[in-house]
Structures are given as structure tokens and as C-alpha cells.
Design a protein around this ligand. Structure first.
Ligand SMILES: O=c1ccn([C@@H]2O[C@H](COP(=O)(O)OP(=O)(O)O[C@H]3OC[C@@H](O)[C@H](O)[C@H]3O)[C@@H](O)[C@H]2O)c(=O)[nH]1
Length: 194
């Protein structure tokens, strides 16, 4: 047959065969559907019971966890010491270097409770996390891990420069670094204060 020849009309025998095949397919599909529906019908009560049992068991496990999360959220909200509200004019942005240390952490607490916005800069050399962790997440508080020997670019109204390895063991740990922190670090802070 030429490639562009019209397809021959289907003979009555072929048509009949096609109709039989179609009828058989429809019948098979209907049987399958019936079977599936029947099985689903049989399974539903078992499945529903199963789901109910699982759900009630999950609830028993999840409920205490939900309770714990609620408690944690409450303690998280309540954990800050009360801070004064200051008007925009009175509220200062204050930088405390070495604010994780002994002196700096007391100063930071006072400034925070007075209602100022406090940025602590510390290289975590000697400072203790527990000195400031009670302010983490507070909207007026910011902690920056920074070495005083590097330039710092920040806009503040006041600076308290307390970053220095002050206690004798840390002072002597690396004397050159100590000298540089006390000189170059202080110069950097003076540059920021200009
Ligand atoms: O280069 C540095 C060196 C130090 N620091 C930080 O500066 C802070 C210094 O705090 P320290 O507690 O060591 O020193 P402080 O001056 O606050 O208190 C110190 O002097 C008074 C004594 O009574 C205290 O016992 C002693 O710790 C630390 O948080 C340290 O990590 C820097 O950020 N950069």
C-alpha cells in the first residue's frame, strides 16, 4: 500500500470483534471496580478503628510535649528582667566592649534595665556566656563576636571600652596580644567615638 493511501474501511467482522473486545473490557473494569469497592467496604471499619486507635495513642504522647512547649514559651517570654521604657530622645544606643566579662556584664545589666539599647562586643576570650544569656533575644540587646584589633563599624551614642584580658593569668597568656588589645583596640574605639 502506498504511504498516502486511504485506510481501508473496517470489515463487518473486524467491527464485530472490536465491539466484543470493548464489551469484555468494560465488563472486566466493572468487575474490578466491584471487587475494589467490596474490599474497601470490608476494610473501612478496620481502618477506621485502626486510625482511631493510633490517633488516641499519638494524642497521649503529644499532649505532654505540647504542655512542655507551652511552659517553655511562657518561661521564654517571662525570663527578662523588667526594663524601663524610655522615650526615643532618652533611649541611647550604647556599646559595651568586653561586656561578657565581670565588670562589663554588670554594666550591661544596669544599662539594659535602664531601658537603653545595648550592643555587647566581645571576642569570647574570657567572657562567660552565662553573664549575658538572660538578655539573648531581647529586642534591646545585641551581641557581636568581634576582636578589638579589627576595625568596627557601628553607630552608637556612647561607648564603654572594657575589653581587655584583665585578670593576671589571661593578661600573661599572650602578652603581645594583651598589649595590642590595650593599645590598638583602644585606638579603634577612639576612632569610633570621633
Ligand atoms: O582582646 C580581647 C580581650 C578580652 N575581651 C573580653 O573582655 C572581657 C574582659 O572581662 P574580664 O572578666 O576578663 O575582665 P574584667 O575587667 O571585667 O574583670 C576583671 O577585673 C576585675 C576583677 O575583679 C575580675 O576578677 C576580673 O575578671 C571578657 O569578656 C573578654 O572575653 C575581648 O573582648 N577582647
Amino acid at each position: 500500500m502506498a504511504w498516502d493511501a486511504e485506510p481501508a474501511a473496517a470489515s463487518p467482522r473486524v467491527c464485530c470483534q472490536l465491539q466484543e473486545d470493548e464489551a469484555a473490557a468494560v465488563h472486566r473494569t466493572a468487575r474490578l471496580r466491584g471487587l475494589c469497592l467490596g474490599q474497601l467496604g470490608n476494610m473501612r471499619p478496620i481502618q477506621e478503628n485502626g486510625e482511631l486507635r493510633i490517633e488516641s495513642r499519638l494524642d497521649k504522647i503529644i499532649e505532654p510535649l505540647r504542655e512542655k512547649i507551652r511552659d517553655l514559651e511562657k518561661s521564654f517570654i517571662q525570663k527578662y528582667s523588667p526594663v524601663k521604657f524610655l522615650s526615643e530622645k532618652d533611649c541611647k544606643r550604647i556599646l559595651v566592649t568586653g561586656g561578657m566579662g565581670f565588670v562589663g556584664s554588670y554594666l550591661m545589666d544596669k544599662l539594659m534595665m535602664d531601658g537603653h539599647k545595648v550592643t555587647v562586643v566581645d571576642n569570647f576570650f574570657m567572657g562567660r556566656k552565662r553573664n549575658m544569656e538572660h538578655w539573648i533575644g531581647h529586642e534591646n540587646f545585641e551581641l557581636i563576636n568581634h576582636d578589638m584589633l579589627e576595625q568596627l563599624s557601628i553607630e552608637v551614642d556612647q561607648i564603654y571600652h572594657l575589653a581587655s584580658p584583665a585578670s593576671p593569668p589571661s593578661y600573661m597568656y599572650n602578652p603581645f596580644k594583651t598589649l595590642k588589645t590595650n593599645t590598638v583596640g583602644t585606638l579603634n574605639m577612639l576612632g569610633l567615638a570621633k
